[in-house]
Ligand binder design. Structure first.
Ligand code: UGA
Length: 430
């Protein structure tokens, strides 16, 4: 099939590349000429395991092309994916200006043959109607197009596998013909199919991300109880998660959830609830627990060090999670800002996100190897659980520290093992 993908961020690029890999002709659209030239050369402008290999192969084989014109791409395509950003506005509601601009740009290209326009961006309830309304306002007849909601559930770091092997494919459409087009397009992929109306599909996305965030906040709240009563959160989470009705995933206690999706989507759902007149107190508590979890961790470090003034800490990992270079709403940012504001110094190591941190926080001293982190610091703070930290030589890591103190924000280590190496250990709920 001939496909247009408007927006080459995570969601757009991964979706389009996977569809091209399955044999479709994909035209990517972006307004950023620098991004387009990087992509044309087969390179991905961010870190996502496996993505660049498939992109460069598909570019070489002619399955992928690029343009800066949404209208040109739409004219040549049967299915048009909108995958532009919906960042939170000041009040937490998603900023839909990019979606609206795309809808206006597409309208003149529609009318010559039936087109399915797919909202792939995470958009609030009612956005399919919004896009439809904008296109109709240009005088395009209803019969020429349908707008379908098809939310994306891929995770950064495992985006290709998540797209190739999704748990479910959700299609929200008013016209069964449009729904069937998408079902046909996705026929090579595994996973349950759920065809519903656009509003339900839009809500499924927000409700899923908010539920996952709630699961994490819940286990983090339990971790606080563990710290007070002397229980171990890892055993508690294992015991709770082994009930198949609950499930063990997303019960890893830590510094809380960050990234480009959960913070934005939880706020988005809160804003939708407010607009609909429902006071979603539960979800507000999910946010409060998340804010409190990192604040509590930072205050533990501050108390142990007797303040940050004149102190140095070494950050193990700075990306918002492993296997990505993304630092959007990373917990590391909150640690850096706090320590620097209180007169301390931060040194940091991350296998992928160091450059991004350096650009945003020029005072952070970046080191190239985790073993250089300990040199002259007063505490090591593990923020991101990269695999390479799991079997690290703890003695070598800490030998040049001013004092051997390790704050493990993701419970990567066993207390006994760390203490055996002569290091003071602080974990989460343990
Ligand atoms: C999330 C969802 O998992 C995807 O299904 C969704 O498609 C995506 O948002 C999106 O809306 O685009 P992502 O943000 O890439 O994916 O990352 P996750 O693996 O979900 O992690 C989110 C945050 O939760 C991270 O900060 C991670 O450290 C934290 N987390 C996750 C925990 O603290 N504990 C856990 O047990 C799991």
């Amino acid at each position: 099939m001939k496909i247009a993908v408007i927006g080459t961020g995570y969601v757009g690029l991964v979706t389009g590349v996977v569809l091209a890999d399955l044999g479709n002709d994909v035209i990517f659209v972006d307004i950023d000429p620098k991004k387009l030239s990087t992509l044309r050369s087969g390179k991905v402008p961010f870190f996502e395991p496996g993505l660049e290999e498939i992109l460069s192969r598909c570019v070489e084989d002619g399955f992928i092309s690029f343009t800066d014109s949404a209208a040109d791409a739409a004219k040549a395509s049967e299915i048009i994916f909108i995958a532009v950003g919906t960042p939170p506005a000041e009040d937490g509601s998603p900023d839909l200006s990019a979606i609206k601009a795309v809808a206006h740009a597409l309208a003149p290209a529609i009318g010559d043959g039936y087109k399915v326009i797919v909202n792939k961006s995470t958009v609030p309830v009612g956005s399919s109607d919004l896009v439809s309304g904008i296109i109709a306002s240009h005088g395009v007849p209803d019969s020429a197009y349908d707008v379908v909601s098809n939310p994306e559930f891929l995770r950064e770091g495992s985006a290709i596998r998540d797209t190739m092997e999704p748990d479910r494919i959700v299609v929200g459409a008013t016209n069964p013909v449009a729904a069937q087009k998408l079902i046909d397009l996705y026929s090579p992929l595994s996973g349950q199919r759920l065809v519903t109306d656009p509003k339900s599909a839009e809500l499924i996305k927000y409700a899923s991300n908010s539920f996952l965030a709630a699961k994490i906040s819940y286990i983090n709240a339990i971790s606080r109880l563990c710290e007070i009563c002397g229980a171990d959160i890892r055993d508690v989470a294992a015991g709770v998660g082994s009930d198949s009705r609950i499930g063990g995933q997303f019960l890893q206690a830590g510094l809380g959830w960050g990234g480009s999706c959960f913070p934005k989507d939880v706020l988005g759902l809160l804003s939708t609830s407010k607009q609909l007149g429902y006071d979603f107190g539960f979800l507000k508590a999910v946010v409060d627990i998340n804010d409190d979890q990192i604040a509590h961790f930072i205050s533990k470090i501050e108390t142990r060090l007797g303040g940050f003034e004149g102190k140095a800490i070494g950050l193990m990992g700075m990306a918002f999670k492993p296997n990505t270079d993304d630092i959007r709403d990373a917990r590391s940012e909150l640690v850096i800002k706090h320590v620097e504001a209180k007169g301390g110094k931060v040194r940091g190591y991350d296998p992928a996100a160091a450059e991004n941190i350096q650009a945003a926080y020029p005072n952070v001293e970046i080191v190239d190897s985790v073993y250089e982190l300990g040199d002259g610091v007063d505490a090591l703070v593990l923020v991101t659980e990269w695999n390479e930290f799991r079997q690290i030589d703890l003695k070598r890591l800490t030998e040049k520290m001013n004092q051997k103190v390790l704050f493990d924000g993701r419970n990567v280590y066993q207390r006994a093992v760390v203490e055996e190496a002569g290091i003071e250990y602080f974990g989460i709920g343990t």
